[in-house]
Design a protein around this ligand. Structure first.
Ligand code: 5AD
Ligand code: SF4
Length: 419
């Protein structure tokens, strides 16, 4: 989401005047730090980074702070670091050109109408495009700061999305990544334009776009994984067979305290259905350990779900109390060492599962879309089910979708040859 927001800001700035990206700090006239605030660590990092930029930046270069930390700290950022020129929230990226030249401007309103959420074109990778299908989040997971920073959930009208995707396909993107906090809640509420369509309907509509070969999306919410959606996921050949199903916890009582809206059994049922309808699919997840009140038994439930689903990819975090969230005020906060020990156990077991999953790829054939040139005469891409694959080759492979036989495996990536 943040990567796409950065692209949006670059596109908008370029509409105003031509900017070029640079990797050299001492060359930059404008430095924008696009921040996350889901956990506490990146927030602390922001201020140390501002210090580094201040020390090494070109005289007169501006510093802007964008993203979720900008949204929730607002003008306090400028109070604490007066060298910051402007602050622009995660919901306000379309207004970047209005703040970039205003000393100490702070734009963090989450109420403003985003019905015209259309941006200029800019892509980091010419072969694939990210497309926001909704912004904000209407859920109230008790650990999560996002609804406070990104505001209410609004879906982008489907015709606008079709236009945007058609344009991206016309300029070389065969793959798109649909983005939203809860993509499969798409269509619940629009801005100015009303229409009747849900996420499954959107997937069907987008699939008709000629030249578009691959559709990915993130993140769906387990609560909205109805049968029609899972059947579309499994049967639509343009949809890549990789699905993120954020668990958070395997304990039904903790899920209730988190206000996730599903039980351990509901979750397992959805994953079983995915495995049944689409055995080739990979399932990834997010897990939080050490949520307030988490007992050893609750944690065992999480380990049990890991064991049963055997997620191919795991993003796991120690619970971090956040402002504007209910759980920050819960009693029974968990001791940091206990949370750390649980995280280690979870990650260790997952690593074993991952090694088995990756070892099993040897000799298999994957369909890979090549999108990046790598050093040493190699090209990389993603398999349909989301694995990183390398082959020997050069530019002519870029933008091609080819069958690759896997000749070498490791935990993070696969090596293969064209078949
Ligand atoms: N502490 C730890 N992890 C969190 N996440 C969200 N809020 C918190 C928090 N307060 C995790 C969730 C979410 C992912 C993006 O970040 O697992 O799915
Ligand atoms: Fe946060 Fe929950 Fe919304 Fe995801 S669904 S962004 S975890 S509040």
């Amino acid at each position: 989401m943040n990567v796409r927001d950065s692209e949006h800001m670059i596109a908008e700035l370029n509409r105003k005047e031509p900017y070029e990206l640079t990797q050299n700090l001492d060359e930059a006239d404008l430095i924008i730090i696009n921040t996350c605030s889901v956990r506490e660590k990146p927030v602390a990092k922001l201020f140390s980074e501002i210090g580094v930029f201040n020390k090494h930046k070109k005289p007169g270069a501006k510093i802007g702070v964008a993203g979720c930390t900008a949204s929730h700290l607002g003008k306090d950022i400028i109070k604490r670091a007066p060298s910051v020129d402007f602050v622009i929230g995660a919901r306000n990226v379309s207004k970047i050109t209005q703040v970039v030249d205003k000393k100490h401007a702070v734009e963090i309103d989450t109420d403003y109408d985003e019905s015209t959420y259309a941006f200029g074109e800019y892509r980091t990778n010419p072969f694939k495009a990210m497309v926001n299908i909704s912004i904000g989040c209407d859920k109230s997971c008790t650990f999560c700061i996002v609804p406070a920073t990104r505001g209410d959930e609004i879906s982008i009208p489907s015709d606008l999305l079709v236009q945007e995707i058609t344009k991206a396909v016309g300029t070389g993107a065969k793959e798109i990544m649909l983005l939203g906090q809860n993509v499969n809640n798409y269509g619940r509420r629009f801005g100015a334009v009303e229409e009747k369509i849900d996420f499954t309907g959107l997937l069907r509509k987008i699939s008709k776009i000629e030249g578009l070969e691959r559709i990915r999306f993130t993140s769906p919410h387990p609560l909205h994984m109805d049968d029609a959606f899972l059947e579309e996921f499994a049967s639509n050949p343009k949809i890549c067979k990789q699905i993120h199903v954020p668990l958070q916890s395997g304990s039904t009582s903790l899920l209730k305290a988190m206000k996730r809206g599903y039980t351990k059994e509901n979750f397992l049922d959805r994953c079983e259905k995915i495995r049944r309808l689409c055995p080739e699919a990979t399932i990834s997840t997010d897990i939080i350990v050490g949520f307030p009140g988490e007992s050893e038994e609750d944690f065992e439930d999480t380990m049990d779900v890991l064991e049963r689903v055997r997620f191919e990819q795991l993003f796991s975090f120690k619970y971090s109390p956040r402002p504007h969230t209910e759980a920050a005020d819960f009693e029974a906060q968990i001791d940091n060492n206990i949370a750390g020990e649980r995280l280690t156990r979870l990650q260790k077991r997952h690593t074993e599962i991952l090694d088995e999953v990756m070892d099993a790829q040897l000799g298999k054939v994957h369909t890979v879309y090549f999108d990046e040139l790598k050093p040493g005469g190699r090209v990389s891409g993603r398999s349909d089910d989301g694995k990183l694959v390398f082959v020997e080759g050069s530019e002519e492979l870029l933008g091609k979708i080819s069958d690759i036989k896997i000749t070498k495996t490791s935990r993070g990536a696969l090596d293969g040859v064209l078949v």
